[in-house]
Design a protein around this ligand. Structure first.
Ligand code: ZN
Length: 617
């Protein structure tokens, strides 16, 4: 049933794009690879047939491949960047600079042809620059045949051999990978630190490896009866020393695998039919956590299905590997020696990336806040339910992270290329915390119902594609009816912050009260005000932001809409039809979903009248 969904989704995607954005197109790749891994020296050879479809309106006279493993060599951009940034990632530090020749990574192309004609190419660090024999015209296909050889580096960042937890092979970004070409041109970014962007397509991979190794991979195993290793119930005796594993991964933009001779392999079929695979080391310290993780992973999957949209593949894999947690197609590699909460937390985050990266495939180098921020937002909400915390606002950690950043003096706009932050810490807070706040705060601006609908429509219209920030905010505009371009612009492309204040509360006359509000910082916002009266009543007053040309639906049973606030006016006068003596408190954004960087000027409370009386006696 889910496979049907997948093919229907393709048709729906084409129709939707035809309806909504006739200019949208994306390139297509079909990879066939045969790879031979030598587990004694961690070297491998491969052949790759790549059928490339140019769906662009442009004629291409060159192409680029990523050769990510070349980053793990002394003197590489990744190495030098880590040696020169003030707060290097501790996993990298100076480790690349100290790798011996046997420990380094490399990926080398030994031959490449286009439709049978040999091509000239140049290896430039982590990128292969290729001059085409004949240009690829709009709508045409070209077939590239390549031979390559690689060496798996010591596990330093994301991929590698012999991880600190003893996983033999974490194989992400391991093959020559065609760079993305889209409406902005080529995205052949060198591999410096982060992150990835790929071309949608189908992968067919045959992997030959020592028969004792159990393999976790992106695709569906085509020959389980020949393999065993928990994929079939049969015990299989290999004829030689190796097995050849055949995987097929449809409609993905990445293919990752991991392998270890000591992997335990468990399976669980979730309620929606997805088969969850778990691979972890046979280590008594972690076994119980990894068993208990399996039910939680199903609950997380069902949460994301319900709150974003159905997971469309038939399989998802959680494998111990890598150096933290990283999302890949149909699979994640996470470190496994964690307490249970942390193990579920990292799985929640990486599984959420199956939507916010592996379905809505944003460019992680350019729009890092979209994949990391949206993932952080939805995984916090999922953890709140799955771990039965039930906090009213599950995003307070993200707000704290953003506040620290906003008050740190080192903030750079979220449009900064992911590698080009002065500090790794500034990248982290901008992408994860400020990115999550982008969504939580959008819920404040347009209302939670509209936010929930926006996420679902975003999935419907942009799955299996490459959405941009504008594509997302346009969905939010269409769902809510509000103008939101100001929010996307000021929040993501500047470091403007929010500070609204209650400047003064005075008696207007004996029946009414005048509240003077003030905007201190540049970021515009609509304002929710909660007023509490001495008779116990409560009122919510909503001040629309004029440039939104819209009013938020009522969020309180006693809901008053005040006149618009036009942004350029630094102050605003609000009249409340109650005498000052009957007002107990007035607060700007009691929900704290608006990321006001200075909250101590948001609250007015009536002075205790008893003190005055005492003074007079
Ligand atoms: Zn992430």
């Amino acid at each position: 049933m889910k496979k049907l969904l997948l093919s229907l989704a393709l048709v729906a995607t084409c129709l939707a794009s035809a309806q909504n954005n006739t200019s949208y197109w994306q390139q297509h790749v079909d990879y066939k690879m045969e790879v031979d891994m030598n587990v004694d020296n961690f070297q491998y050879t491969g052949s790759q047939e790549l059928v490339y479809t140019n769906n662009s309106p442009d004629t291409l006279d060159r192409v680029f491949y990523h050769l990510y493993f070349n980053a793990f060599q002394p003197g590489s951009e990744m190495d030098v960047r880590s040696l020169t940034i003030k707060d290097p990632d501790r996993r990298v530090g100076d480790r690349i600079s100290k790798l011996t020749e046997e420990e380094q990574g490399y990926l080398r192309v030994s031959s490449l042809d286009q439709n049978g004609n040999e091509l000239s190419y140049e290896e430039v660090g982590t990128v292969l620059e290729v001059e085409l024999d004949e240009p690829i015209l709009p709508g045409e296909k070209a077939t590239f045949n390549m031979e390559f050889e690689g060496q798996v580096p010591e596990q330093i960042r994301r991929s590698g051999r012999n991880s600190s937890e003893g996983v033999a092979l974490s194989m992400s970004q391991w093959f020559p990978k065609m760079a993305e070409y889209d409406f902005e041109g080529w995205h052949a970014a060198p591999y410096i630190g982060r992150e990835f962007h790929g071309v949608w397509g189908d992968f067919d991979v045959k992997l030959t490896i020592d028969k004792d190794y159990t393999v976790a991979a992106s695709g569906y195993l085509q020959n389980p009866e020949e393999i065993g290793h928990g994929y079939s119930d049969k015990e299989v005796q290999a004829e030689g020393d190796t097995h050849t594993w055949h995987f097929v991964a449809p409609k993905v933009h990445d293919f990752t695998w991991a392998a270890d001779p000591e992997y335990i392999h468990d399976k669980r079929t979730a309620e929606d039919g997805t088969v969850l695979h778990f691979f972890y080391k046979d280590n008594d310290e972690i076994k119980e956590n990894w068993k208990n993780l399996q039910e939680k992973t199903e609950e997380l999957l069902l949460f994301f299905n319900e709150n974003i949209g159905p997971y469309p593949w038939d399989q998802y894999t959680v494998a111990q590997g890598g150096d933290g947690g990283m999302e890949y197609a149909m699979l994640t590699l996470i470190t496994g020696e964690r307490n249970f909460g942390s193990l579920v937390g990292v799985t929640a985050h990486e599984l959420a990336h199956a939507w916010f990266q592996h379905l809505m495939a944003t460019n992680e180098s350019k729009h890092e806040w979209m994949d990391e921020g949206f993932t952080s937002y939805i995984s916090s909400a999922a953890m709140n339910q799955v771990m039965e915390t039930y906090a009213e606002n599950p995003h307070t950690g993200s707000y704290r992270g953003y506040m620290q950043l906003a008050n740190s003096g080192v903030e750079q706009p979220q449009t900064t290329q992911a590698d080009r932050y002065n500090l790794n810490a500034a990248y982290g807070a901008a992408a994860y915390s400020k990115g999550a706040v982008f969504l939580a705060q959008l819920g404040y601006i347009i209302g939670k119902d509209n936010l929930d609908k926006t996420l679902k429509r975003y999935y419907d219209e942009w799955k299996f594609k490459h959405p941009t920030p504008n594509d997302f905010i346009r969905i939010a505009e269409k769902v809510s009816g509000a103008e939101l371009d100001w929010y996307l612009n000021d929040w993501t492309r500047t470091t403007a912050s929010i500070d609204y204040a209650i400047k003064e509360v005075t008696e207007a006359d004996e029946n009414s009260t005048k509240v003077t509000l003030e905007r201190h910082n540049l970021m515009p916002m609509p304002i929710d005000i909660t007023v509490r009266y001495s008779n116990g009543e409560e009122e919510m007053i909503y001040i629309p932001l004029q440039m939104m040309r819209w009013e938020k639906p009522a969020e309180h049973e006693n809901w008053t809409v005040a006149k618009d606030w036009a942004w350029a006016y630094p102050t605003y006068e609000l009249n409340i039809d109650k005498p000052l003596s009957e007002i107990e408190s007035i607060e700007i954004d009691e929900s704290q979903l608006m990321a006001d960087v200075k909250r101590d000027n948001n609250l007015y409370t009536a002075e205790e009248p008893s003190q005055e009386k005492e003074g007079k006696e």
